[in-house]
Each structure stands twice: as C-alpha cells, then as structure tokens.
Write a protein of this length. Structure first.
Lengths: 387, 340
C-alpha cells in the first residue's frame, strides 16, 4: 500500500498514471462508438463495404479536368470532384491573397477615403455568412448576364453569358515542342540571372531591373520560337450553336461565383491579418528605411513585409484551410465538387452514407494537412533564425 | 481490464441496437403520433398551406395511416427530407413511413434494406421548357443546359437517355425543387427535368404557367410509393393495406360522405361489409388494427379518387389527368387484391 501511495505521491509517476487513464478512456469511447455503429448497422441489415467505388457511377458531371463519362466508376467520379474542389480552392486562394494583401495595405494608408473604403469592405464582407456570399454572386451572375443568344460579344472570340464565360481554346500543332523548349530555357535563364544579380548586388551594390529583364526573356524567347516554327498554335473559337456555345474553353457561372465568393470573403480576413502583421513591425524599422532614402514601395517590400511575413504566415495558413473547407458549400449552387459527387450523388445512388462520408472526411483531412505542411515549410524558411 | 471494457461496450451497443427491433406499431401507439417523412415542398404532394398546415397527396397518405392505426388522421408529426437525406432519415428512425414521391427501384428495395409497400402514383420522367424556346421533343435538346434535382433517379435516367440518343447536354444539379425553379426562371437552364408530376407542380407555381410546355415524351418508369424499413412485416402490411383500402374505397364507391351510412347497414356487396368492419375480416387482429380502420381512413381522409382530385386533379392548379393512376376497370394500372 505504501508502495502505491509512493507512486501516487511522486509527481512524475502520477503524471504518467493520469495520462494512461485518459488514454484508456478515449480508447474505450472510440471502441464503443465503432461497436455501436457496427451493431446498429447489423440491426438495420446493412454492412460496411467499399465495393461500390468500382461500379459505374451512371451520372454525368458538368466539369471535369480528367476524362470522365457516366460509365466510369464512383471512384473516378470522386476524383473528378476532388479536382474540381482543388481548382476552385486554387483560384480562390490566389484571389483572396491578392485582394487581402492589397486591402490590408490600403487599410493602413494615410489617405482617409482609401483607408475608410478598405475598412468598410472588411467589416461588411466578413460579417456576412459565406453561404450568402455564394448565393449572392451566383444570383448576380445568372440574373444579370444575358442569355447565350444575346451574349456579350468580346471581339467575336470571347462571349459572356449566364451560361459562363467562353474564351478561345489554344490547340497545339506540330512544332510546338520548340516553343516549350524555349520557355524552359527562359525560366532557367531567369533563375541563373536572379542569382547572378543578387551576387553582384552583394559584391558591388549594382542593381539590375531583374523583374523586367526576366519577364521579357520568359515571354520573348517562346514568342520568337513560335514565329520561327511557323505559328504551331491555332485557336478554337467558341460559336453559338443550338442552345449554347460550343468549342473553346469556358468558366461556368458556378465556378466563377464560388471563386468570387470564397476569394472576396476570405480576403477580408487576410486583410486584417496583413494589417496586424504590418503594425507588428517596429515603427523604427520603417523610419530607418525611410531615413536611408528608400522609396515607399521599397520600404514596404524590402523592410516591412519581410518582417511582417513572420507574423502573417501562421494565421494565413488557417485562412487557406478555411477557404478550402468552405468550398464544400459548392453544392448549394450545383458546382460539382467532392461533396457533390462522392458525398452527394454517389452517396444517394448507392446508399452507402457511412462509407462515402468517411472517405470524404479523410480526403479533406489529407488536403488540409498537406496545405498545413506546405505553409509550415514556408514559415520555417521565413521565420527569424534563433541565435 | 480490457476485455471488461469491450464487453461493456458490446452490451451497450447491443442494447442500443435492440430498441430498433421493437414493434413499429407499438412505438406509434405509445407515442400517440405517427412520424412521417415528406418532401420539403412540392405543390400538390407536400406543401404547407396559407395556415402553415402540410397538405398534399403524400401528406394525405400519412394521415390515412394515422387514421388506420391511431383512429385520428390529425395525429401526424411531419419531418421533411431532401432527395438526398430521405433514406438516411428513414433508416435512422426519424419516421415510420417515407411518403415522399419515392421511386421504387431494385437497388433501393434490396440494397438499402427498406420495403416498398406499393405504388401510389405511376409517374415518369419528363421535360419542361419555356414555350419561347420552340422545342417540342427531348431529342432536339442537343447541347442544352438541363436543370436536374440531385439525389433522385432522374440523374441516371437523364445520362442514359442522352447517351442512348447520342446527344450531349450540360447538367446543372440542384438540391431542391424550389432552387431548381429559380435557376430555370433565371434562364440558367434551357429545360428542367424531373418526374412529370413534379413538372406539373412546378409549372403551376410559375408566374405564367401557360408560358411553359411539358413534353409529351416520358423517358423513364417512375412508380412512386410509400417506403418503410425492412424487418417489421406487420407494419409493412399495415401501410400496404392502408393504400389498398383507399383504392378499394374507390372501386366499391365508398366515399368520405357515404362511408358512415354504408358502415351502419348490411350491404349486398359483402366485400363492403368486410372492408368496413360489418362482417369479420379474418386476420385483421394480427395487424393490430381495430374493425373500423378502413372507416377511419375513408371518412377522415377519403378514398383514392377523392385524395387524387383534391390535391392533383383538374380542379387544382396542377390539372393532372388520372392516366395510369386509376383502377384497371377504368383503364388504369391499379388492380387491388380481394378484401377477403
């Protein structure tokens, strides 16, 4: 007894005992949950099986990044949905970051009007639920834009209607490899030149207009190759045929609405994060930068933002995660994302709600963890190195 | 220690599961109310009226079962479900009946472990388009944008119809009928497709119903009917025979106005006597129903014809003809087993 007493009195062993007990409780709860599900499924005459993933899905999806038709399996339908989720998250994150950083900086502007507009944007946007943003944008797009027969015609090659935004689709022909090759060469040159100019600046303080030189190299080299090889790209121009435009590439109203809504909504949060990050940089840093004669844009880009980034990155990561997860509201306007395909139509056609939901949850978990990992890696790169 | 925990967990699980196996009729009687799963809103089938009471063809069937089992057609709790959530809600026990224009298919009957007790409405998938579009047949729809309600058999029918006819389409999937209606009105889609009954219902709620046409062609078979969970045959029989009693009422010319007087006298047609409890109906006690079960159904809700005309017929905005949904003697598909 005194032995047990001693174990309990000892701080270290007590901690271990408490942890073991908590672990057992959690394990017990989880096993109870699983067994309960199993028992209830058995009582309902249902089993848990993932075979449905390999039978033909039977339904069509209106937007697919990989080949898909209704004879493909539920698994493939799910992958098509996942890619659609990825697409809208990608566009949304770009829009949100661009808008958010811009508005965050404007919010701190000394210009009273600009700063107030940014303030009202943030307050108005982030205090309205995201679902309403999505429905609002979708409503605007399908009600304000004209029917395909009266589509807004942009130079006879692009058309804007309530069925989507149609642009010409580039079709590659023989000889395109040369253009690709020169594009790669351009990029390699840019990287080397960036390193070279950095070294040069460190050594003797000379600054080259790196951005403009690199940009023109990346554009001009493939362009020259394009003309030399006899213009091996033709355009497939969308034409109105029957009910809708045919040919070309198009962005559906659903994808556009979702991108705008997610981007604009998340931008409001990012703007606040950016503002907080900039304010966290010591005032003296900015004054010092100004006193050595840097222009305001250089002060921001070279001195303030690099330091602000350390404060910005971790909360920014959770905004990216939020945006990706919020994209699951796509079902409200009929955008065929992961939840609408595997977690929606497949679920309903096969009746496997437990299996499909578990898969969808695991996929979202994996996507979120990957984004987190990526941002953590970036955070480690920019964070203050401890000495 | 560990085995003990597992044992406890197993017992808890089995006890929880055990409650599912109790008699559905006993549950309903103990509660004093029937839980019925219906549509979120489809005029004529299940929609709230101006006082907020649910009305419609599917709703009246819930009332008929309540009348048969509880003797009072008003004792129903309604739970709404979308096309997607309905089977889950039924399986989870949120209702004893799913009365929500649900198509009877093999895999829903067999794979989802539920029982379709009969057909209350023979339907088929059709298309609705604005008259201004100038299209009269679904085969002319190459390249059209089509609004569909997800979570239904319509998605599969549509995919099969278009690939069988080698024409393309652009599907716009929508969760509920009312949202689909908004998109159709805004011109996001050229045509709207769902079961023809749903199209009539949707057209009736358009600002100018006559601006829209419903194509004559029907691309699928959609036998709609009430659904119950697998495993309680007594309850499945009750629901099945409630439906048959309503149809038998029409066949035997028993209506809500004459049912009381017919029940009070000895009729020449002994089938009327057996249905209305004047003569004994062997086996009725096994269903756990009282002798006046059919009287309650017909007096409080009506026979099939009355329910159809009241909710869907020519006097309503839906103006649906009886078509296949009448007795075999009138050229329809309803053939009721003898009440013996």
């Amino acid at each position: 007894m005194s032995f047990l007493n001693n174990i309990w009195r000892n701080e270290k062993s007590r901690e271990i005992i408490i942890q073991i007990v908590v672990l057992i409780c959690i394990g017990w709860f989880l096993s109870w949950l699983i067994m309960n599900v199993n028992a209830n499924f058995k009582a309902l005459g249902k089993d848990i099986s993932f075979e449905f993933l390999f039978i033909p899905a039977g339904y069509d999806i209106n937007q697919y990044l990989i080949d898909y038709n209704n004879r493909d399996s539920h698994l493939r339908a799910g992958i098509v949905g996942l890619l659609n989720t990825g697409l809208v998250a990608f566009f949304g994150i770009i829009l949100a970051t661009f808008l958010g950083v811009t508005i965050g900086i404007i919010r701190l502007s000394k210009n009273w009007l600009a700063s107030k507009i940014a303030y009202w944007y943030v307050e108005f946007t982030r205090n309205v639920p995201i679902l309403l943003h999505i429905l609002l944008w979708h409503g605007i797009i399908i009600n304000v834009l004209p029917h395909p027969k009266k589509a807004i015609n942009i130079a006879d090659v692009s058309f804007l209607s309530n069925r989507g935004f149609y642009i010409p689709k580039p079709l590659t022909e023989n000889g395109i490899e040369l253009v690709y090759l020169f594009f790669v060469i351009g990029i390699i040159f840019s990287i080397l030149f960036l390193k070279y100019s950095k070294k040069k600046q460190d050594l003797i303080g000379v600054q080259y207009p790196v951005f403009w030189i690199n940009l023109s190299v990346i554009i001009c080299l493939p362009l020259i190759a394009f003309f030399v090889s006899g213009m091996p790209i033709s355009l497939e121009i969308p034409v109105l045929k029957g009910f809708n435009f045919r040919g070309g590439m198009y962005m559906s109203p659903e994808l556009a609405a979702l991108t705008f809504a997610l981007g604009i909504y998340t931008a409001a949060f990012i703007a606040e994060i950016v503002r907080a990050g900039i304010l966290a940089v010591d005032k003296g840093q900015r004054e010092a930068a100004e006193s050595i004669g840097l222009r305001p844009s250089k002060v921001m880009n070279l001195v303030v933002l690099p330091q602000a980034r350390r404060v910005i990155i971790p909360p920014l990561t959770s905004q990216y995660l939020n945006l990706t997860k919020n994209s699951s509201l796509a079902i409200a306007i009929g955008y065929m994302d992961l939840v609408a395909t595997l977690g929606g139509i497949s679920l309903n056609q096969t009746g496997r709600e437990m299996e499909t939901m578990v898969i969808v949850m695991l996929i979202y978990l994996c996507v979120s963890l990957s984004i987190s990992a990526l941002m953590n890696w970036y955070n480690n790169r920019v964070k203050l190195v401890g000495r | 220690m560990k085995t003990k925990i597992l044992l406890a967990a197993a017992t808890a699980g089995v006890m929880f599961a055990g409650s599912v196996l109790a008699s559905t009729l006993d549950d309903v009687r103990a509660r004093g109310k029937l839980n019925c799963i219906i549509n979120t809103g489809l005029a004529g089938f299940a929609a709230p009226d101006d006082k907020g009471n649910w009305t419609g063809f599917d709703v009246d069937f819930c009332k008929a079962v309540a009348a048969a089992t509880l003797g009072d057609a008003s004792k129903v709790n309604y739970t709404t479900a979308t096309g997607k959530t309905r089977f889950t809600k039924l399986a989870a026990g949120e209702g004893e009946i799913l009365s929500r224009n649900t198509t009877w298919t093999f895999s829903r009957d067999v794979d989802l472990s539920q029982t379709f007790v009969g057909v209350s409405y023979y339907d088929g998938q059709g298309f609705m388009a604005p008259k201004a579009l100038g299209v009269k047949s679904a085969k002319e729809l190459d390249g059209a944008s089509v609004c569909i309600q997800t979570g239904t058999t319509t998605e599969l029918n549509l995919a099969e119809f278009f690939s069988a006819n080698n024409i393309s389409y652009n599907a716009v999937p929508i969760e509920t009928n009312s949202e689909a209606q908004e998109l159709y009105k805004a011109g996001r889609c050229d045509v709207y497709t769902t079961d023809a009954s749903g199209l009539y219902s949707t057209r009736a709620s358009m600002p100018v119903p006559s601006d829209h046409i419903i194509f004559d062609e029907i691309i699928s078979k959609e036998p709609l009917g009430p659904v119950v969970r697998h495993g309680d045959d007594q309850w499945a029989d009750i629901v099945a025979w409630t439906l048959k009693a309503m149809m038998a009422g029409e066949e035997l010319n028993i209506t809500s106005s004459n049912v009381k007087s017919l029940a009070g006298k000895d009729n020449k047609n002994k089938e009327i006597n057996r249905l209305l409890g004047k003569d004994p109906l062997q086996g009725l006690s096994k269903l756990g129903l009282s002798a006046d079960w059919a009287v309650n159904i017909i007096s409080q809700v009506g026979n099939y014809a009355e329910v159809f005309e009241k909710n869907l017929g020519m006097s309503t905005p839906l103006k649906i003809a009886r078509g296949a949904n009448q007795l075999y003697r009138d050229g329809g598909l309803f053939y009721i087993p003898p009440i013996k």
